[in-house]
Write a protein that binds this ligand. Structure first.
Ligand code: C5P
Length: 410
């Protein structure tokens, strides 16, 4: 499995290195993970730092390891809650007897244990490493049983010569074995592996002249979150996005565009694909002509006329019947009123398969962190089903949408 065939290119790993001679193997683990494209952020405990230096971790992972629980700088930048939230998988390697005990008992007295305590909804994998007697001690075995009951995954330990000169179980598994376990975890958790997805996001800017444009207030948060969630589920994602202030989601191919016409061309270039989600707020019209020079005020005379022409409808174009039509085309319907009725009419006009109807205005929708949506699906025999979701963060909506996509795939 660890022959490079499984890419970790959009995977975010948090590697916690606790105290033990096996910490030197973690340096090789970082290197091998990064070779496969994973992003590896490291937490080095003070015990771990007795065996390897923060500098060697920084050199291999590409950023300095985090070490302090109470560090104004780290807390602002990463915070221990954010550290666990932003990881797809947390790996503790080596996991010392002390670290295992802290995890089992819910201690949070250093950055590593605080991150692990905050990781309530994150997968965690540990590679125990300690003296054989410590491993076999009923206390450690009871702690391991507690961790297993919470779904914490275990790799090793292996049997063999231990650093203390004794023989027995307690050696940290070799890097190959840890890497295999990580790859298998992602392979099992990548239900959309082998599927190509296209997502549109953000606004479009339609120029009037070289400095002015007609745009809208779309932040791109929902579309970007969907692209990230699809990538996390293993899909090969292209994100075509208008101008936003957002960072590029990890492991996603991003095509930046400005106008609706450019968005359509970029989308066509990303075909064929299996799944399309049109979350962009595309301008319905653009100025019919675009002045090559900045339009000047003309001394109190009438304002220049603005004649508009319709933009291509990207969702409708991608939904058109044909051999290369993506299997699942999803659109959004932002509405200020009669959300469901308007969305139903949109189904007919656009020809897509699902619509996420969402209420905008009153602090909801554009720019907000949360969204209230109803998932409308065109069922067999032309009926439409509606499933109202609770108000959720845009990330949670993206996650839920991906779950529905995976269910449909079967
Ligand atoms: O027509 P309306 O803008 O309300 O439709 C919204 C849906 O259609 C969204 O999914 C949006 O991304 C998509 N759309 C599009 N191209 C347009 C207009 C809207 O893809 N020109």
């Amino acid at each position: 499995m660890n022959d490079g065939s499984f890419s970790l290119s959009h995977r975010r790993l948090l590697l916690i290195i606790s105290g033990g001679i096996a910490a030197y193997k973690s340096l090789d683990l970082i290197r091998r993970l990064r070779e496969r494209g994973a992003q590896v952020r490291c937490v080095l405990t003070s015990g771990g730092a007795q065996f390897i230096t923060p500098l060697s971790v920084a050199a291999l992972s590409g950023e300095p390891p985090l070490t302090q629980l109470f560090s104004a700088e780290n807390e602002q930048q990463f915070g221990h809650i954010r550290l666990s939230r932003e990881a797809d998988l947390i790996v503790v390697a080596p996991a010392s007897a002390n670290m295992i005990a802290k995890m089992a008992h819910g201690l949070a007295d250093n950055l590593a244990s605080a991150v692990l305590l905050a990781a309530t909804d994150k997968p965690v994998m540990i590679a125990p490493a300690m003296n054989g007697r410590m491993w076999e001690h009923p206390a450690t075995q009871a702690n391991m049983a507690t961790l297993a009951s919470r779904g914490i995954m275990k790799i090793g330990p292996a049997r063999g010569a231990l650093a203390c000169g004794e023989e027995g179980a307690g050696r940290m598994s070799e890097v190959d074995a840890i890497l295999s376990a990580i790859e298998s975890f992602f392979a099992q958790n990548a239900p959309l592996q082998g599927h190509r997805a296209l997502v549109t996001s953000g606004p479009t800017f339609e120029p009037m002249d070289p400095v002015r444009f007609i745009g809208n207030r779309s932040s791109g948060k929902q579309g970007h979150a969907i692209a990230a969630a699809l990538a996390a589920a293993g899909a090969d994602v292209t994100l075509v996005t208008g101008p936003t202030a957002l960072p590029e989601p990890l492991g996603v191919r991003v095509i930046p565009i400005e106008t609706a016409k450019e968005m359509l061309a970029a989308c066509k270039s990303a075909l064929p694909c299996d799944i399309v989600v049109c979350a962009a707020a595309v301008a319905d019209w653009r100025p019919k002509t675009q002045s090559t020079f900045k339009i000047k005020k003309n001394g109190g005379h009438a304002a220049p006329p603005l004649t508009m022409t319709e933009n291509p409808d990207i969702l409708a174009t991608l939904s058109q019947k044909g051999k290369s039509r993506p299997k699942l085309v999803i659109g959004f319907a932002a509405e200020t009123d009669a959300v469901i009725d308007n969305a139903k009419a949109k189904f007919a006009r656009k020809g897509c398969d699902w619509i996420l109807a969402n209420q905008v205005g009153g602090g909801k929708g554009f720019g907000a962190e949360e969204n209230s949506v109803t998932l409308l699906r065109r069922e067999a025999k032309g009926t439409i089903s509606a499933q109202a979701w609770p108000t959720l963060s845009k990330t949670a909506i993206a996650q839920k949408l991906v779950e529905e996509i995976v269910k449909k795939k079967g």
